[in-house]
Design a protein around this ligand. Structure first.
Ligand code: 9MR
Length: 475
């Protein structure tokens, strides 16, 4: 059997549960937290001196031996629970906020941003020396009520502003953002899901990724979804989107496979991860949980082995710590029982991690650094063209810079913005000016363009975008 029908689990939890997530941590909880964080730092230090040939004894340390992480979704409201925090700081080297960085939590009324609980998760991760996955900038669920009542250009502008503001707040601190969550429909269509965001125009996803890149160039930008646990219509729809994004230079770095699983694992789970990796993106298991049953430990082991076999599978996150922490009430889908004891599934995961696999490619900043070994080619002429994704009140411009018959070594693109337009974000170029006559200089990694080749940069702005063809100066 494959994944359980996910929609069954997917109804939002009661408002009471959300309120409890937003509770503040009691003072004594905070000091317990700091104490355990200190212990974990000491543990991490001792792990670092163990040779990679030794089997590590925690999930995080074992995953780290091949350059991967093993993470958990955590809730700010549980950090005062000593058992929970002990397991977290001992076992995991990545955290994801279960709810605290979602739109309803971070922008409860329009333009008023609240980061208290998101920051708690971030600080917990930092104290542990863990990677922090940001989850999730845009999603059709858990939108604040004010956003639910918007549509069209007002919603598009609000959504892009949300991405920009939240990614800016956490700039430089997030390993990977789930920029867009669950935008594809279930079933056989392979198409986008209908939602208020989708109704703002099919380009909403790429606009979100561009805004996220502009706000936090160091974060890996992921698309995240469920029921993508093998080669099926939904995962193929996403695959086609990622392939299209890569071909057009839309910034995307990773795909998250939530992996809310039933009592079986599709036979092509690993092959599906691999086909995405072959597009040139990282893959991550982002919300793993597996229905309890005689097969639970085997399914967990299978997921682990699949990730370990794919060099671009950079890590695994389980969606909670103890069974009692899970959103799947009564299904006992996690690695620790209600009392915090390790289950058979835990042992199967640890063994699979310790069995090893190819190491993940070294982490590079986004975009990759320049290669300095080849001498710069001779200077030639260049040309630039702009394509616009516009909505009332805003736009995203993608500018293609093309070299002529000779290679280009450095370029500057100049253009004129209509009155009322102002640039709010730029990626893959450095701008001079943000209104009226503006220019864009190449950055370190995209100044060299081979003869006849091209590179792209982009910017986002308010008002309406440029209409005249820009000029390009080489050198
Ligand atoms: O685990 C989360 C639960 O506490 C929330 O009530 C719920 C609201 O929809 O979201 C849960 O997390 C979801 C995640 O953000 C996206 N993928 C599905 C997860 C389970 O519903």
């Amino acid at each position: 059997m494959g994944a359980l029908p996910y929609g069954f689990f997917h109804s939002p939890k009661s408002p009471q549960r959300k309120v409890s997530v937003l509770m503040s941590i009691p003072r004594h909880g905070r000091s317990a937290l700091l104490a355990t964080a200190a212990v974990s730092v000491a543990l991490a230090a001792s792990v670092a001196v163990i040779g990679t040939a030794d089997a590590a004894s925690t999930l995080g340390a074992s995953a780290a031996q091949t350059g991967r992480y093993y993470g958990a979704a955590i809730a700010a409201g549980r950090l005062g629970d000593a058992t929970y925090t002990r397991i977290l700081t001992t076992e995991f080297n990545s955290v994801t906020p279960e709810n605290e960085m979602k739109w309803d939590a971070t922008e409860p009324s329009q333009g008023r941003f609240t980061y208290t609980n998101g920051d708690r998760i971030l600080n917990q991760g930092v104290a542990m020396g863990a990677k922090v996955r940001g989850h999730a900038l845009l999603w059709h669920q858990q939108q604040p009520s004010w956003a639910q009542s918007l549509s069209g250009t007002a919603l598009r502008n609000a959504a892009i502003n949300h991405v920009t503001q939240v990614a800016t707040h956490y700039k430089g601190k997030i390993y990977a953002w789930d920029v867009v969550n669950e935008a594809f429909a279930d079933g056989g269509s392979g198409a986008r899901r209908d939602s208020n965001l989708q109704r703002t125009g099919n380009d909403w996803i790429e606009a979100a990724f561009r805004a996220a890149r502009a706000a936090d160039p160091a974060a890996k930008l992921c698309y995240n979804d469920y029921n993508t646990d093998g080669v099926n219509a939904k995962s193929t729809g996403i695959y086609n989107m990622v392939r299209d994004f890569k071909s057009r230079g839309v910034p995307i770095d990773c795909v998250g496979f939530q992996s809310h699983l039933g009592t079986g694992l599709p036979g092509d789970y690993q092959a599906n991860l691999q086909r995405f990796a072959d597009l040139g993106v990282d893959v991550q298991i982002t919300e793993l949980d597996v229905a309890q049953g005689s097969n639970q430990a085997n399914v967990y082991a299978g997921v682990t082995r699949a990730c370990m076999a794919v060099s671009r599978c950079t890590g695994i996150t389980v969606w909670g710590i103890r069974d009692s922490d899970s959103w799947r009430t009564g299904e006992n889908p996690l690695l620790f029982d209600n009392s915090g004891n390790k289950k058979a599934a835990y042992t199967s995961v640890l063994n699979a991690l310790n069995a090893g696999g190819p190491t993940t490619p070294p982490t590079t900043s986004n975009p990759p650094p320049p290669t300095t070994s080849t001498p710069p080619p001779p200077t030639g002429a260049c040309a630039a063209t702009v394509s616009l994704n516009s909505w009332t009140g805003g736009y995203v411009a993608t500018v293609r810079v093309t070299a002529g018959q000779a290679a280009v070594s450095g370029w500057t693109v100049s253009l004129s913005l209509p009155s009322g337009s102002a640039i709010t974000g730029v990626w893959s170029a450095a701008n001079t000016g943000s209104t009226g006559a503006v220019s864009f200089r190449n950055v370190s990694y995209n100044g060299q363009i081979a003869a006849g080749g091209f590179t792209e940069f982009g910017f986002q702005g308010t008002g309406s975008g440029p209409t005249a063809t820009p000029t390009c100066a080489a050198g």
